[in-house]
Design a protein around this ligand. Structure first.
Ligand code: ZN
Length: 199
């Protein structure tokens, strides 16, 4: 079932999400929620969705970045962002560890802040541990865009949105992003942000 995506201003997006017990994870309701989250993510489409974004204050995220989403992005941008295909990941009770001091700054958006983008600085490499949808522990080491998606989604678990850590003066409409910024490299973005008075 495709679920309604909650928009910024909805209190559920600002709550600390609750960990999911094995019993609750294995329940029909939670398994159905996970299926619906995957369906909702693919419907938009987006590359990540956290349970609070569909109104459930639970520590569940789904991530998927398919090659078909990259078709309109220049290869030089994909290469620089280290953005490649990420197969579906369902992560319960995710814990994030930052593995690199190096960072990159790019525009990102959120399905709960519909219609806007802003530049956010993220670590280049992270490790995430958690449970899969059957309750089995696993871990993922991710770099580049995959690492960015994971950092963004895991912040939703703490009631955080990218607007809390964005370069505030880089906040732009989706239309402006598509028309002017979608094909820009990090160096272009640095030039842009260096001109932003007060940033
Ligand atoms: Zn988001």
């Amino acid at each position: 079932m495709i679920l309604k995506t909650r928009q910024v201003g909805d209190p559920v997006l600002r709550m600390q999400a609750a960990p999911v017990s094995i019993e609750r994870l294995q329940s029909k309701e939670t398994q159905a929620l996970i299926d619906s989250m995957i369906e909702t993510l693919r419907d938009h489409p987006g590359v990540g969705l956290a349970a609070p974004q569909v109104g459930e204050s639970l520590q569940i995220i789904v991530v998927e970045d398919l090659a078909k989403y990259h078709k309109k992005i220049p290869k030089k941008v994909l290469d620089e962002q280290e953005r490649g295909q990420v197969k579906l990941e369902v992560i319960i009770n995710p814990k994030l560890e930052t593995l690199s001091k190096s960072t990159h700054s790019y525009f990102e958006g959120c399905l709960s802040v519909s219609g806007y983008r802003a530049i956010v600085t993220r670590a280049d490499k992270v490790k995430v541990t958690g449970l899969d949808r059957k309750g089995r522990p696993f871990s993922i080491t991710a770099t580049g865009w995959h690492a960015r998606i994971l950092q963004h989604e895991i912040e939703h678990m703490q009631g955080k949105l990218y607007v809390d850590c964005m370069n505030t003066r880089s906040f732009i409409s989706e239309k402006s992003y598509v028309n002017e910024w979608a094909d820009k490299l990090a160096t272009d973005l640095e030039t842009f942000t260096s001109k932003l008075v007060g940033s």
